[in-house]
Design a protein around this ligand. Sequence first.
Ligand code: PGA
Length: 253
Amino acid sequence: MRKQIAAANWKMNLTFQEAEKLLDDILDAGIKLTDHQEVLFAVPYPYLLMTRSEVEEEPNYHGAAQNCYHKSAGSYTGEVSAEMLHSIGINYCIIGHSERREFFNETNSMLMDKVNLCLENHVIPVFCCGESLPVRDAGRQNDFVASQLSGSLFHLPADKIKMIMIAYEPIWAIGTGKTASSAQAQEMHHFLRSVLADQYGTAIADEIPILYGGSVKANNAKELFSCTDVDGGLVGGASLIAQDFIEIITALK
Ligand code: PGA
């Protein structure tokens, strides 16, 4: 079975003390993951080491970064490289979240460099894509999202694309409480998988996890995750509430 993933994206929230307590509360629930399930905690940089040590004894739970820089090293004050992440035992990184694309002007070509640097440094990219409301209203969501994939991922050879995870996050559903319906999510995930299949063949497309993100909550996770092509979720707001995220983990296939 394809990997099924519940990924928490804490964004720029929580003090260190609150973050430790939230992790403790979630891990204290003692949810044992199956071999094909993973839980990721994408936490702010200063909390990565604490997160790594909290999950050390928990099979299939991992810390993740929310971003890394698109250059390998050098005079880039304030930035963090993929190599640095790997050197502290962090092997997952969100790449190209819509908030980074919008507020930090990240382009498809910068994201391509980030994906390359992650893979060179054994960090698995969780590559985000997704359309805005005007794009969906114009019926252009498929072309838009396909161009995000081709612009940042399709230079990769087959053995490398297999390493990545994709998160489909319609911008109109992020933090708005307006979730894509399970039919809308399944339709887009199925489309993304067909785009991957056209490029790499169905065997590889069938291996790549595609997470849904955008107002995933305790009360809609089960329905979304039950869709054939939805392999879990990238969760913002609801990942900050222990009980809610626990329920989201238990909703994984
Ligand atoms: P949300 O955020 O769950 O609060 O909508 C999702 C995300 O931005 O990854």
